[in-house]
Design a protein around this ligand. Structure first.
Ligand SMILES: NC(=O)C1=CN([C@@H]2O[C@H](COP(=O)(O)OP(=O)(O)OC[C@H]3O[C@@H](n4cnc5c(N)ncnc54)[C@H](OP(=O)(O)O)[C@@H]3O)[C@@H](O)[C@H]2O)[C@@H](O)CC1
Ligand SMILES: Nc1ncnc2c1ncn2[C@@H]1O[C@H](COP(=O)(O)OP(=O)(O)O)[C@@H](O)[C@H]1O
Ligand SMILES: [K+]
Length: 497
């Protein structure tokens, strides 16, 4: 499985290196791209007898001329509309010359009922908001509800960020080349792409590897090899012990969800560290999860070192206040170095003094994972939240600043490592938009970390498993159900090893 996600700049570097190595030249790549789109149009829309092909002035338009000519030769009635002309001497100009259909100005385009629309106006080269004639063509098409097949990207979607520049086609199907781009996975662009097909146009895997892509689709092949496996003589503590910090008496449910999820993710032992005031309420709700009184950082550190705690969940249900941040700094500064997942209110607490935290996290030698949703992210990284870059870029910058793996939650969860690697999750479901599901996620991460999985892989695997668990349950799920669905998800992964 090819999991690399290429930025438009990396993609064009792949094109350049492929052309330099031969035998394909730029026009050869364009012919293959056009052929891939045309054969998709023919196989996926067998009933389409008339097709409107809309071409822009660059290479995306070049692909469109190739598509139009192939469809014409296949006996389809093709109407060709062009916005601007390709520059002389370019591959796109050659494609236009080789196309036997005379294009009409895009301003004359109006969708005809029953026609398939092939969008080859802008692809990777879109660098500013669409406007004027192109904007009108997009609006007409949407009003007519005509099916759209997009070449590389729906025009108007930024391949780099997934943002909509001006307006964009809503495609039923998008055919892209070699690998996915961030714009196919990040919202809102992802929804405009419809189903995405990745066509092989002859760019070798070795060329893709040579440009050193560091962003990946979050699929099991990305982390399967690092999943925990146990020796026959393993015991509960060697399988991994997780400690989860409970909030006060009226805020205990969240961390119990984390604790249960950590155990379901495979940790051999999970202990809830509870303030005295919440001990009874926690005791009344726990069975396999152990319970321990803990009223200070010193008590917590004693427990962590005595009981060989390998991972900590720190955040769900805690107070978003300075003492919480202080306790975390104390835990990180003590030299024990367990893996730590920082979630929820603890992130809000750290936002009271971000620099103080970043100093401590930079010196921390254990694995560290932060799991903010967008609101928590904006509190801890206000400047990054306000910048115009992509979610991918924001998560990467945050990971570097915090010297931690950052899992930035949402329908297009991004996981970024301080070493520059990043993954975009694609299997999220609105079923997860339910109170407490984030607490379950932090518990799954801790459960995997306790079993020795590296931080980036554990966060990626947890995001994927979390969503698979939700999908397996379907409508009606509440966060309490998610841990119980993990055995099914883990069983399927085990079967695929
Ligand atoms: N060999 C290869 O590289 C291969 C590439 N392939 C294909 O090439 C595509 C990339 O081609 P590309 O780089 O030419 O960019 P493209 O998307 O056609 O747009 C650039 C043009 O649009 C214009 N423009 C941009 N935004 C605009 C706006 N808002 N409003 C108005 N104009 C705007 C911009 O104008 P300018 O900025 O120059 O004024 C320029 O003229 C890629 O998606 C894939 O389909 C395949 O054939 C495989 C081989
Ligand atoms: N619309 C959605 N589609 C996919 N995943 C979602 C959606 N809404 C929320 N999620 C996921 O659900 C979880 C919610 O976490 P969070 O916001 O921390 O909630 P809570 O604090 O209630 O646990 C995150 O993993 C997030 O990625
Ligand atoms: K396009």
């Amino acid at each position: 499985m090819r999991l690399e996600v290429l930025t438009p700049a990396e993609m064009s570097e792949c094109d350049r290196r492929t052309i330099a190595a031969g035998p394909l030249d730029g026009y050869g790549l364009m012919l293959r791209a056009g052929q891939a789109v045309a054969s998709t149009a023919l196989s996926r829309y067998p009933g389409a007898s008339r097709v409107d092909v809309l071409c822009g002035p660059g290479n995306n338009g070049g692909d469109g001329y190739v598509v139009a000519e192939i469809l014409r030769r296949s006996g389809i009635e093709v109407a060709l509309f062009a916005e601007g002309s390709p520059k002389k001497g370019t591959d796109a100009a050659r494609a236009r010359t080789d196309c036997r259909i005379e294009p009409r100005p895009l301003a004359e385009y109006a969708p005809t009922k029953g026609n398939l629309v092939v969008d080859a106006i802008f692809g990777a080269g879109l660098d500013r908001p669409v406007s004027g004639t192109v904007m009108r063509a997009i609006e007409f098409t949407a009003e007519a509800r005509a099916p759209v097949l997009a070449v590389d990207l729906p025009s108007g979607v930024s391949g780099e960020t997934g943002k909509i520049l001006g307006t964009a086609f809503s495609a039923e199907l998008t055919v892209t080349f070699a690998r996915l781009k961030p714009g196919h996975l990040l919202l809102p662009g992802r929804t405009n792409c419809g189903e995405v097909i990745v066509a092989d146009i002859g760019i070798p895997d070795s060329v893709v590897a040579s440009v050193g892509p560091k962003c990946f689709e979050n699929r099991p092949d990305l982390w399967r090899k690092t999943l925990p496996s146990w020796a026959v003589d393993v015991h509960k503590y060697s399988r991994g012990h997780v400690a989860a910090f409970s909030g006060g008496p009226s805020a205990t449910g969240a961390v119990r969800l984390s604790a249960l999820a950590a155990a379901r993710a495979g940790a051999g032992a999970v202990t809830l560290l509870s303030p005295s005031a919440a001990l009874l309420v926690n005791a009344a709700h726990l069975t396999s999860i152990m319970l321990r009184r803990c009223d200070s950082g010193v008590e917590a550190l004693d427990f962590i070192s005595d009981r060989r705690v390998r991972a900590i969940v720190f955040g769900p249900g805690l107070a978003p206040e300075e003492p919480t941040a202080a306790m975390l700094r104390e835990l990180l500064g003590a030299g024990e170095n367990p893996a730590v997942v920082v979630d929820a209110s603890a992130i809000t607490a750290l936002a009271l003094d971000p620099e103080g935290f970043f100093e401590v996290s930079a010196a921390y030698e254990g694995p560290l994972v932060l799991t903010p949703h967008e609101g928590e992210f904006a509190r801890l990284f206000p400047d990054l939240a306000a910048q115009s870059g992509s979610k991918l870029e924001r998560a990467r910058l945050a990971a570097q600043r915090a010297s931690a793996v950052v899992l930035l939650k949402g329908p297009d969860t991004v996981i970024a490592s301080p070493d520059g690697r990043a993954a975009i999750n694609f299997n999220g479901t609105p079923l997860l938009a339910t109170a407490g599901s984030g607490d379950v996620l932090s518990g799954i991460i801790a459960g995997l970390l306790a079993q020795g999985m590296p931080a980036f892989e554990a966060a990626c695997a947890a995001a994927w498993m979390h969503a698979e668990a939700a999908r397996s349950l379907g409508p009606g799920l509440i966060a309490d159900d998610l841990p119980g669905a993990l055995p099914g998800v883990l069983g399927n992964l085990e079967a695929g090893r």
